[in-house]
Design a protein around this ligand. Structure first.
Ligand SMILES: [Zn+2]
Ligand SMILES: [Zn+2]
Length: 98
């Protein structure tokens, strides 16, 4: 056998994993933030707010509202996440399996 196949696990960062598991977009205009998107904190830090759940990595301020870079409107950070099954639903599924 001269053929050697190596199956390497896909290399994905934390942010990429999150983007793949759930749908994140502006609840007002449906703009989807890219991994390159950047937000600016009051302390001057520039970072991707969706990689930290809305928290500034420098001053630890939690931004409960996130401004859309496309339509410039503010929405609750939580409202940007779509497609997450409710916790109740997950528990019901576990019961069904048993
Ligand atoms: Zn928007
Ligand atoms: Zn900050």
């Amino acid at each position: 056998m001269g053929v050697r196949i190596t199956l390497a696990p896909p290399r994905v960062g934390i942010g990429e994993t999150r983007y793949g598991l759930m749908n994140i977009h502006c609840p007002k205009c449906r703009w989807e933030p890219t991994p390159e998107a950047r937000w600016t904190c009051r302390c001057g830090t520039i970072w991707n707010t969706f990689e930290t759940g809305g928290q500034c990595p420098a001053c630890r301020k939690v931004w409960r509202d996130t401004q859309c870079l496309a339509c410039a409107q503010w929405s609750k950070h939580h409202d940007w996440y779509h497609g997450l099954p409710p916790v109740d639903e997950l528990m019901r599924e576990e019961e069904a399996v048993v």
